[in-house]
Design a protein. Sequence first.
Length: 161
Amino acid sequence: MAKRPDDGTITVATNRAVRHEFMIEDTYEAGMMLRGSEVKALRESKAQIGEAFAILRNGEMFLHNLHIAQYSHAARHNGHEPLRIRKLLLNRRELERIGMKMQQERLSILPMRIYFKDGKAKVEIGLGKAKRKVDKRQDLAKKEAGREAERALGRQRKQME
């Protein structure tokens, strides 16, 4: 089932690998144009966004490779295609800002999570650059150094007691 944090949103799917593989510079919240059976399937957490990506074309943004499984109770003629291209809904200023950044900095548009907010399906997209191996190693080294510092503080607290 979907996760429900304190802010009233219901998270359906997350792509945690995005933050490991890319340096995310900016995030946006976008609506999605979905069919009824897709919304119901999302409510059952039947989505996979691991390989999804977004493309900006002719002033509109489209989400590719988002897999939303068939809704279990949908009839054949009321169903949907699991990997169809879905339009993302952003306002014009946001689309222009994203287009400018992509031209200047050669960024990728990646979906980070899908969630329901006030009953509407939303996708959080991030603009990011791919990390190199060196960057990934530095991130791992920072994380390990932080863990080691926490361990050392924990040992000191135990000795003081």
